[in-house]
Design a protein around this ligand. Structure first.
Ligand SMILES: NC(=O)C1=CN([C@@H]2O[C@H](COP(=O)(O)OP(=O)(O)OC[C@H]3O[C@@H](n4cnc5c(N)ncnc54)[C@H](O)[C@@H]3O)[C@@H](O)[C@H]2O)C=CC1
Ligand SMILES: O=C(O)C(=O)Cc1ccc(O)cc1
Length: 379
């Protein structure tokens, strides 16, 4: 794949307009705000816009008197609407330079060109960080830390436009990577889009599982199916815009799965699965899978997500328990950076996993233990 990482001079970004204040737009806005960038926000959904503003991601664009253009406008809306939104923003001179965040690049750029957008100032982009949740409530300023951020300028893009959009990526803690749009789409078919469908296929089987089966679910199935929690409407749109490359990967995955199922069926029919040679295709798949997993690079770049320490705390499954736990942490002067709840249906207790900065672990563990909580640091 043709690609290059950007280096060198860093242009200054003072003012950014973010159009689409969902998960990605609000995360970008929060990251830019943390660097003191003036951020203007817009979204056709007033509730999304209000929540993004209330979270400190910026102020409403439509309350701004038509002033000087922003340095950059970021369009963080679903792929199908990006070209029309771009055209409209360029027509009213919203910014000097434009980018988007859509998960597919070639079709979006082609449609923008067809609509007569100015391709000299449009640098299509794709931040490779995300979540399976939507909307501004799920946004995080650190969503893109240490991730790649693809930039796919067409041949018509100004170098200065590309440099400015690369700076947006860097301010969000990501590594900008210039890559051809078609190569980008083939790459994300392999590393994002087909994995999403495969995850959904595994997760869809769970609909047929009974309560006993589901109560046995551990971390493995949670890991494999996490992204299947994404929005089906958005993902159908993403897949529609990258259909052929995704189909190629899925056909190969399906062939591997069919061969594994066939081998297992044969082994079960023979001697109950104990003949090791019957399972050779399965062993081969597992070995290749381990090899492929090993090829996923660690997070690159110098910026890393903060290393939080997890403190598991047993909580009763009753109204107000979490509130009391958070209040106890606040009394101890400790900020909870993130929280996950593990709960087994039918049991009166669950576990709240509190994510805190390493320096706060001892203070919080002691304060919670003194307060009668069942705390399990290091578990
Ligand atoms: N969800 C993820 O993990 C990632 C998504 N992306 C891409 O980012 C873009 C946004 O996705 P999310 O933030 O996840 O979705 P989201 O559903 O959280 O937010 C999308 C926002 O766009 C707004 N919107 C819809 N039509 C609009 C229009 N015509 N003009 C302006 N805003 C409009 C919606 O009201 C909504 O607030 C998509 O293109 C997606 O492919 C990129 C990286 C990761
Ligand atoms: O949930 C995650 O971990 C993701 O990586 C999500 C994601 C979804 C869509 C993208 O275009 C890019 C990233």
């Amino acid at each position: 794949m043709e690609s290059s990482r950007q280096t060198g001079h860093r242009p200054e970004v003072h003012r950014v307009a973010v159009i689409g204040t969902g998960l990605i737009g609000t995360s970008i806005a929060l990251a830019l705000r943390s660097h003191g960038v003036d951020v203007l926000l817009s979204d056709p959904d007033p509730a999304s816009l209000r929540l993004a503003c209330d979270r400190g991601a910026g102020r409403p664009l439509d309350r701004e008197p038509q002033g000087r253009p922003a340095d950059v406008a970021v369009i963080a809306a679903p792929p199908a609407v990006v070209p029309a939104v771009l055209r409209e923003a360029q027509d009213r001179g919203l910014a000097h330079v434009y980018t988007d965040a859509a998960s597919v690049k070639a079709s979006v750029a082609a449609e923008a060109e067809r609509l007569g957008c100015d391709m000299a100032t449009f640098v299509p982009g794709h931040p490779m960080g995300g979540r399976e949740k939507q909307g501004p409530g799920a946004a995080r300023a650190d969503l893109f830390l240490g991730r790649s951020w693809a930039l796919c300028p067409t041949g018509k893009a100004d170098a200065a436009s590309t440099a400015l959009v690369a700076e947006i990526a860097r301010l969000c803690g990501a590594d900008p990577l210039v890559v051809d749009a078609a190569a980008h789409d083939r790459a994300v078919a392999l590393v994002s889009h087909a994995p999403h469908v495969a995850s959904s296929a595994v997760a869809a089987r769970l609909l047929a599982g009974d309560e006993t089966a589901l109560s046995l679910a551990g971390q493995g199935v949670r890991d494999v199916t996490r992204v299947a929690g994404g929005d089906p409407a958005l993902w159908t749109e993403i897949l529609a815009h990258n259909a052929a490359p995704v189909a190629d990967v899925l056909h190969a995955v399906a062939a591997d799965l069919a061969a594994a199922a066939e081998a297992l069926r044969g082994a079960a029919a023979g001697d109950g699965g104990r003949d090791p040679s019957a399972l050779e295709p399965v062993r081969d798949l597992l070995s290749r899978g381990r090899g492929g997993h090993g090829r996923i690079p660690g997070k690159h770049g110098t910026v890393r997500r903060p290393d939080y320490t997890v403190i598991p705390v047993v909580i009763p499954d009753e109204p107000g328990a979490l509130g009391r736990l958070f209040a106890a942490a606040a009394d101890a002067g400790v900020n909870i950076e993130d929280v996950r709840i593990e709960h087994t249906p039918g049991l009166p207790l669950g576990v709240a996993e509190l994510y805190v900065l390493p320096g706060a672990v001892d203070i919080l563990a002691l304060a919670l233990s003194d307060g009668g909580w069942s705390v399990h640091p290091g578990a």
